[in-house]
Design a protein around this ligand. Structure first.
Ligand SMILES: Cc1cc2nc3c(=O)[nH]c(=O)nc-3n(C[C@H](O)[C@H](O)[C@H](O)COP(=O)(O)O)c2cc1C
Length: 206
C-alpha cells in the first residue's frame, strides 16, 4: 500500500451526508481556506477553472438560504458553500462549467471529512432565490451548494459498490435496470414503474 491509499479511501468512504450539526460551533477560517484549496485542486477541462466560491458564514444569510431551500435541505449547519460557474472563458458550446464545479465540490466534501467536518450537498435549491440572497449576477450560475459544520451524527463509512453498475469491456444492452438499493425516491414511493422520478420531485432538479 502506498502512502495515500489508506487515508484516501478512509476519507472517500467516510464522506457521508450529514444533516444534523453541532449548534453554535463555527468553522475555523484555516479549515475554510483548506476546503477552498481542495476545491481548486480539482481537474478542469483545459484548466479553464470556471469555478467561483461563495463562503457564507453570516448567520442571517445562512438562515435565509435555509429558508429558501426548506423542502430539500433546511439543516442546522453554521456555514454554506455555494459553488458557481463563470463560463465566459469556455469557448465550446454546451458546457456551462457545471462539471468542473461538481468535481470541485466533491473534492471539498472529501477534504471536509478529512478535517472532521460534516457536509451535505444540496441540489434542491432554487437558483433564483440563491441569486437574490447572494447578489449573483446573470452571467454567473449557481451550480451547487453544500452545508458545512461539525457533525452531530456519524453515518457509517461505506461504498455502494454494486456489480450491476459495472460493465467490463462493453455495454450490455440486455441487462435489466433496477432502481439502486438506497434510491431515496423508491424509498419514498415516488416515481413511475421505470424508476423515473417526476421532474418536479427530484431533489437534484434545479
Ligand atoms: C447532486 C446532488 C444533489 C443532492 N441534493 C440533496 C438535497 O437537495 N437535499 C439533501 O438532503 N441531500 C441531497 N444530496 C445528498 C444525497 O441525498 C446523498 O448523497 C445520497 O443519499 C447518498 O448518501 P451519502 O451522501 O451519505 O453517501 C444530494 C447529492 C448530490 C450528489
Amino acid at each position: 500500500m502506498n502512502q495515500y491509499e489508506k487515508h484516501v479511501f478512509d476519507a472517500i468512504y467516510g464522506r457521508r451526508s450529514v444533516r444534523n450539526y453541532v449548534e453554535g460551533k463555527e468553522i475555523e477560517r484555516g479549515k475554510i481556506v483548506k476546503l477552498l484549496k481542495a476545491g481548486m485542486a480539482a481537474p478542469s477541462a483545459c484548466n479553464i477553472q470556471p469555478w467561483e466560491f461563495i463562503v457564507v458564514t453570516d448567520g442571517d444569510t445562512v438562515r435565509r438560504i435555509r429558508q429558501s431551500i426548506e423542502r430539500f435541505g433546511d439543516y442546522n449547519a453554521p456555514m454554506v458553500m455555494v459553488v458557481c460557474s463563470y463560463p465566459d472563458f469556455i469557448p465550446w458550446e454546451g458546457d456551462n462549467g457545471a462539471t468542473d464545479c461538481s468535481v470541485a465540490i466533491e473534492n471539498m466534501l472529501i477534504a471536509a471529512t478529512a478535517m472532521d467536518l460534516g457536509t451535505v450537498w444540496i441540489g434542491g435549491f432554487d437558483p433564483g432565490s440563491i441569486r437574490q440572497i447572494l447578489d449573483i449576477p446573470e452571467n454567473v450560475f449557481p451550480v451547487g451548494l453544500f452545508y458545512v459544520g461539525y457533525p452531530a451524527e456519524q453515518p457509517e463509512p461505506r461504498t455502494q459498490y454494486l456489480e450491476e453498475a459495472v460493465y467490463w469491456q462493453k455495454y450490455d444492452p440486455e441487462r435489466e435496470h433496477q432502481p439502486r438499493p438506497g434510491n431515496l425516491l423508491t424509498f419514498l414511493g415516488i416515481g413511475d414503474p421505470d424508476g423515473q422520478a417526476p421532474e418536479d420531485s427530484s431533489p437534484t432538479s434545479s
